[in-house]
Design a protein around this ligand. Structure first.
Ligand SMILES: *Cc1c(COP(=O)(O)O)cnc(C)c1O
Length: 374
């Protein structure tokens, strides 16, 4: 039986000579008149891949989300509805603009925002909804857009982990008013740290670009600023890496999907275990192959993960429900989010993972479940 020599990690990129060539070129030549060449190429290729009008590189997914809310003019006294379960950035950016994040429940199978919970949470103060395409599965954008339109709300997609995922054949990031992607080191396409803001709305894009460019008034010259803006830029070096990665994105997604299939074959029919889903209207990119432990065990989720760690398998817990965290503590009733958030585990999902490793991991999971079932 196969045994790993070192701990199998949850993520890890695939870097080929293409990326290395681009980055070397940027290091050697990407200065002075060429300081922005890869940034422009990366933005253009990204917009084309998604099928959107505008794309702007940022220093992180968080930065892209923050800029989007600023461009929408959301601020003090406003409410933004988002799912209980996401990376902390999704809630933080709402707080950055002095608006209030309102946490609603998620769906049992997609783990994305539940459209009915969203509808119920709308008040006079609601200005926007932020569906999160969590772990690579798109939120139900048909319902969400419909409800948002009825109430005149902006839709900001947190597409940070879902590059290449589709809803009814359209890519995530092209489905709302604005969207943010992340290229942080664990994501599908990596630039070390980095992000992208995208939109089809030219007005919102220009506003976001102005805020992101330190509030510079370009007509008046380089150093005339008319607003306290932000600096959320991506460097040309990172964009070179991003462009190389983007040119390989479909093959990276293929690997993510294959990894999930390997897991699913071994774990998909185990009782009391649920895994990522793929709705008929979607393409899941399976950023993180995951399990939710629905059955009663004699050990906690954290002990379960510790046991895997002792067998050389690194895992991540699902994101905790926001309303549990000290700075967002509120009394809410989001039972599905509390179940999956406290019972979910992200399995190793790096694109270089092998079938042998997945088979090993699956066998260890089954063994631990069997030994600790009540
Ligand atoms: C990764 C991620 C973010 C944050 O992206 P950064 O580039 O790390 O700022 C936000 N939301 C979700 C859902 C993510 O997965």
């Amino acid at each position: 039986m196969y045994k790993p020599k070192k701990t199998i990690l949850t993520a890890g990129p695939s870097i080929t000579s293409k990326e290395i060539d681009y980055v070397l070129d940027a290091v050697k030549n990407g200065w002075n008149f060429h300081f922005n060449d890869y940034v422009e190429k990366f933005e253009q290729a990204f917009a084309k891949y998604l099928g959107v009008k505008h794309a702007m590189t940022t220093s992180s997914g968080t930065g892209a989300l923050h800029l989007s809310l600023l461009a929408m003019g959301i601020g003090e006294g406003d409410e933004v509805i988002l799912p209980e379960i996401s990376a902390v950035a999704s809630a933080n950016v709402v707080t950055y603009v002095r608006a209030k994040p309102i946490f609603v429940d998620v769906e049992k199978d997609t783990w994305c925002i539940d459209p009915q919970s969203f509808r119920k949470a709308i008040t006079k103060k609601t200005k926007a909804v932020m569906p999160v395409h969590i772990y690579g599965h798109p939120a139900n954008m048909g319902e969400i857009n419909k409800i948002a339109k009825e109430s005149g709300l902006f839709v900001l997609e947190d597409a940070c982990p879902s590059l290449g995922a589709t809803f009814e054949g359209k890519k995530t990031g092209s489905l709302g008013d604005m969207a943010a992607f992340s290229f942080q080191g664990a994501k599908i396409v990596v630039t070390g740290e980095g992000g992208m803001l995208v939109t089809n709305n030219s007005k919102l894009f220009e506003k976001a670009a102005y805020i992101a460019d330190l509030g510079r008034d370009r007509k008046r010259g380089s150093f005339w600023h008319t607003l306290i803006g932000y600096k959320y830029k991506m460097s040309n070096l990172q964009a070179a890496l991003g462009l190389g990665q983007l040119e390989r994105v479909e093959s990276l997604i293929k690997r993510k999907r294959r990894i999930f299939e390997w897991y699913y074959k071994k774990l998909g029919s185990i009782e009391g275990l649920s895994m990522n889903t793929e709705k008929p209207w979607s393409r899941n990119v399976y950023w993180m192959s995951s399990i939710v432990i629905d059955r009663k065990l004699s050990i906690t989720r954290d002990e379960f993960m510790k046991e895997l760690k002792s067998r050389m398998i690194d895992t991540r817990p699902f994101f905790f429900p926001f309303s549990m965290l000290p700075m967002y503590k509120t009394n809410v009733d989001n039972p599905v989010a509390y179940h999956v958030g406290l019972k979910g585990v992200n399995l190793p999902s790096g694109v270089n993972l092998t079938k042998e490793e997945v088979d090993y991991i699956s066998a260890q999971i089954i063994d631990i479940l069997n030994k600790n079932s009540l």
